[in-house]
Structure formats: C-alpha cells, structure tokens
Write a protein that binds this ligand. Structure first.
Ligand SMILES: Nc1nc2c(ncn2[C@@H]2O[C@H](COP(=O)(O)OP(=O)(O)OP(=O)(O)O)[C@@H](O)[C@H]2O)c(=O)[nH]1
Ligand SMILES: [Mg+2]
Length: 365
C-alpha cells in the first residue's frame, strides 16, 4: 500500500529543494529552468511526537516512524500539455499519485529569473492548473466518445454517464478543477476510473524568503486571497532555511536553528503531517521492548486489515486484537494499569481501528 504524494509546480520554484529536506534519497537542484529530466522518488518519515511519549512508558530498543512515498516531478510550464518545457511525460507521473503538493514561488531573487518574467504565484498556480485541466478535458472527451457508442447500443447507464461527464467537461472547460464540482457521491463512479489530475486532493506550499518564514509575505497574501473560500490547505515554508536545517546532524542543533528562525517545528514537518491527513491516513501503534512503531492505515480499516499492514500472516490468521487507546495508555502509564481501569479492550474482526490505537494482534497460522 505505497501511497504516493507528488510535488508539482512550475520550474525553479524549489520543489527539489523541499523534496531533499524530507526524502531519504536526494535529487539535483539547479538554477536552470527545466534542468530536471526525471522524477525523483523517495520515502519520507511521518513525524509523530506520540512515539516519544510512548517511549516514556515503555523501555524499547528503537522507535520506527511510519512512511509515505513522495515523488518530485520536474517543473511544468505553459504549454506542457503540448510538450513544452520537459513536457508531457511528467503529466503521467502526476497521474500515478494519490495527492498533490503544489509548490509556489513566493520569494524574490534577482539571481534566479522567473520563467515567465516576474514573481507571481497566483499566475503560476493558474498556469499549472491549466495544464492539468487540458489533460483532464482530453480524458473526459475520450470517455464521452466511448459512452456515445454504448448509448447507441442501448446502454441506459451510459446515458447517465454522459450527463455526468458533460457537467465535468463544462466545469473544467471553464478553467475549474474537477475537485471543485459538486457531484453526488454515487455519480463519481463515472469519472473515478479516469484518475483526473485536477480531482486529486491538493495542498499549496508557499516557498518564501528567509525573512518571511514566520510572517509570510505579500505573495502569500495573494495566494490566500486567490484560494479564499476553497478551503485549501496552505503552508508557508522558507525552502532555503529548511534545506540548511535538514543538513544539521544533531537534533539539538536543529532546535537551536529553528528557534533562531522563530519556528516551532520545521515547515516541512508541518507539510508532511498535512499531506498525511490529505491522503486520509491514520496511524496505529505497536508498543514493545524491541520497538515502538507507527503504522499507516486508511481511515475505516478493520483490525484484520490493519494487522495485514504489519504482515499478511497476521491478517490471514487473525484471532483478535487487544486494544488500548493512546490517551489511556499515556494517562494511566502501563498496560497493567489500563487493564485495572477497564481500558484494555478485546476486539474482533469487525472492529474499525481508530487513530492512535495501540494494537496487539493475536493470530494463528
Ligand atoms: N532564494 C531562494 N532560492 C531558492 C529557494 N528554494 C530554491 N531556491 C533556488 O532555486 C533554484 C531552483 O530550485 P529547485 O529546488 O531545483 O527547483 P525545482 O522547482 O525543483 O525546479 P525544476 O526541477 O527545474 O522544476 C535553486 O538554485 C535553489 O537554490 C528559496 O526558498 N529561496
Ligand atoms: Mg527539481
């Protein structure tokens, strides 16, 4: 279940710089437009301070964070859908992702000219959105043609599919993203198989200059205004500072640097947490003397499915789950105390795992 988050944006806005701060692999950053010719794929750890709280009550050999995959996609430009810049093929890399992080250049730097002549994050956002919308219109158009044929053959559901797709076509054709069209949940099946690029959940990262790391700047204000009312997640990051912080080995040094910059936590950590939420993911824990570990599940997964994330044997031979809630465990301090207080639960196959559950799976294969 490798869930993937894609970093998108026009060229030279700091995508790879941000990717390098969080990924276990490194991509090449460059001041030339379209210098990147392939996507970088990496694995990121999802920061979760609860792991360290758990460690206060359970001696353990190691702490293991949960991870998500991240792809740094080379910059788009006006005309990418026709193969401009590095063009078309990266639109395919975007198709494979589950959610998008859209990076916007919100910093001035005369040494780094902007591909479109000036710093204007709202224009940039529209440029990228437009490229994705053109692709989506193509996908919708192709499916409409297929459905027309089915209608001629007497398929009633295809008739309904055409109505739904026409609404999408109008909406996207008017420079809107597919995600903002209000459609009945049951009607979405007509587009879900298209994996539309502008249907993917998105968050925006404003990459600002060092001085604006805490306060934001006029560019950020414009982005907020442009997105006003669309309840979009907007995060402000000073890419240059983040890159310096990420290079520091010791966590004390990092804390000192953060404090100097007036930040409570690295901006990229905030970004990763927000991305995790956007992917509709939750965390459960396993706690023991060998390791305290966070695991990723999708909201709504049952205990056997969650067990399967650890190992397929645990799902196949699932008998029951012993469950403690994170807050009970932290407040009461031990498994024993949870049992005494009636906060140690035995759950069966239909139990839906909650965020923060501490699980012990009983199984037999
Ligand atoms: N001043 C300033 N420069 C930055 C910042 N972030 C990135 N840069 C510089 O911008 C240039 C491009 O950064 P990259 O991270 O390679 O940009 P990219 O978006 O990955 O570019 P493509 O892969 O070509 O699309 C590099 O020279 C970076 O050093 C920032 O926050 N402030
Ligand atoms: Mg890059």
């Amino acid at each position: 279940m490798a869930l993937q988050c894609g970093i998108i944006g026009i060229t030279n806005v700091g995508k790879t710089t941000i990717f390098n701060c969080i990924s276990n692999t490194k991509g090449e950053t460059n001041a030339f437009a379209f210098s990147a010719t392939k996507s970088n794929i990496g694995v990121i750890q999802v920061p979760d301070s609860r792991l360290y709280e758990l460690e206060k009550h359970q001696v353990t050999e190691k702490i293991v964070h949960t991870t998500v995959e991240i792809v740094d996609i080379p910059g788009l430009a006006r005309g990418s859908n026709k193969g401009e810049g590095v063009g078309n093929k990266f639109l395919g890399d975007i198709r494979n992702t589950d959610a998008l992080i859209h990076v916007l250049r919100c910093f001035d730097n005369d040494a780094l000219p902007h591909i479109d002549g000036s710093v204007d994050p709202v224009r940039d956002m529209e440029t990228v959105d437009f490229e994705l919308q053109v692709k989506d219109l193509e996908s919708v158009g192709k499916k409409l043609q297929r459905l027309e044929k089915l209608v001629k053959a007497g398929d009633k559901d295809a008739r309904h599919g055409i109505d739904v797709l026409n609404r999408y076509s109008d909406h996207i054709g008017n420079f809107n993203n597919a995600r903002t069209l209000e459609v009945k949940e049951e009607d979405k099946r007509h587009v879900n198989d298209l994996f539309l690029l502008t249907m993917k959940p998105v968050m925006y990262v404003c990459n600002v200059d060092e001085k604006s790391a805490v306060t934001g700047n006029k560019y950020v204000e414009r982005v907020k205004e442009a997105l006003g009312g669309k309840d979009a997640e907007i995060i402000v990051i000073a890419g240059a500072i983040e890159a310096e912080i990420a290079e520091l080995e010791s966590s004390d040094d990092r804390m000192a640097f953060l404090k100097d910059a007036g930040l409570a936590e690295p901006g990229v950590d905030k970004m990763v947490k927000a991305a995790y939420k956007m992917l509709n993911l939750q965390t459960f824990f396993t706690v023991g003397p060998k390791e305290i570990r966070a695991w990723t599940i999708k909201k709504g997964m049952t205990a056997p499915q969650a067990a399967g994330v650890i190992h397929s044997d645990l799902e196949r031979g699932f008998i029951r789950a012993e469950v403690m809630r994170y807050h009970d465990f932290i407040t009461l301090g031990s498994e024993h105390a949870c049992k005494e207080a009636g906060k140690f639960f035995i759950e069966g196959k239909t139990y839906v795992v909650d965020d923060g559950d501490i699980l012990h799976i009983r199984f037999n294969v």
